[in-house]
Ligand binder design. Structure first.
Ligand code: SAM
Length: 282
């Protein structure tokens, strides 16, 4: 922290293991006079642990506008502020984005201090080799909206990354398997960096049974990563294209599958199933 002008430091904090607070984050949190925190009671012990004398400003999702004004007042008075959330990186499924936007609009420096993030931590240990991933965070709590969201995400050629809390893990897992099918692999990353850290990889169709085997597996905080759908080979893509043309032309499912089989040689049953899915019957 050698710069003269005041800045908003956006500081990532540990997911569980205090040893993950970076040296730079420690230095900044000790040096700034103010820390804007999602939950001041939650963050006070962290600041005490590193001997930070900073005063705390509340900055949670329900007061972000007011918090932004307070932060800008401090910056206008020449004092730097650090922004932290309860765990991980601010503004990642956490408050912070609005404050950053207002502070930037007011012309002050924003300095990010990278560090823990549950999604990236889970990805790093997933072993998934797909080059793209799509961070969704929390799914909607209502079943219908959740299913719609999952249907939209399903064909994306990317690993899908979700956050989930323990009280919804079973429901969410059932919805993932029902909508994305039993074959895609899922990485269940639980309690990362904590005592009961667990990283389990299995086909989606086996995930509910795995959770059910031991109630402890349903406890704690979760990152769920569903692997990308298997890429189609050229023949499968061609069969799909022909099938879609026939359905778009108004042919019934059975006839479209039969004709697509005759034209492309792809298996009739698979074409029939696919035609049902394309028409929205499945
Ligand atoms: N900003 C945080 C980040 O950078 O990852 C995420 C905050 S979000 C409110 C909290 C969610 O993150 C939890 O419900 C869980 O899905 C995930 N999470 C946080 N800590 C975790 C951990 N130690 N292990 C697994 N997931 C975690």
């Amino acid at each position: 922290m050698t710069e003269e002008s005041p800045a908003l430091y956006v500081v990532a904090t540990p997911l569980g293991n205090l040893g993950d607070l970076s040296a730079r984050a420690t230095e900044v949190l000790r040096a700034v006079p103010w820390v804007a925190a999602e939950d001041t009671r939650h963050s006070a012990p962290l600041l005490r642990h590193i001997g930070s004398p900073a005063r705390l400003l509340p900055a949670h999702e329900h007061n972000e506008e007011a918090a932004a004004r307070q932060v800008i007042e401090r910056l206008a008075a020449g004092e730097s502020v650090a922004l932290i959330s309860d765990a991980g990186t601010p503004a990642v499924s956490d408050p912070g984005a609005r404050i950053v936007g207002h502070v930037r609009a007011a012309g002050y420096r924003i300095v990010p201090l990278p560090g823990p993030c549950a999604a990236v931590t889970a990805l790093s240990a997933s072993g998934l080799t797909v080059p793209h991933w799509l961070f969704h965070g929390f799914l909607p709590a209502k079943a219908k909206q959740r299913e719609e969201t999952l249907r939209e995400l399903a064909p994306q050629p990317a690993a899908l990354v979700f956050y989930e809390a323990p009280h919804r893990i079973l429901e969410t897992m059932a919805a993932l398997a029902a909508t994305l099918g039993p074959v895609r692999r899922i990485v269940i990353a639980r309690e990362l960096t904590k005592l009961f850290e667990t990283i389990h990889v299995c086909p989606l169709g086996e995930a509910l049974a795995w959770l059910d085997t031991d109630p402890n597996r349903q406890r704690g905080e979760f990152v769920l990563i569903v692997d990308a759908p298997e890429a189609e080979d050229g023949d499968q893509a061609e069969a799909g294209r022909v099938l879609k043309l026939l359905l778009d032309d108004g042919l019934p499912v059975k006839q479209a599958a039969k004709l697509a089989h005759a034209i492309t040689g792809a298996p009739k049953n698979a074409l029939y199933e696919r035609a049902l899915a394309l028409r929205g019957d499945k």
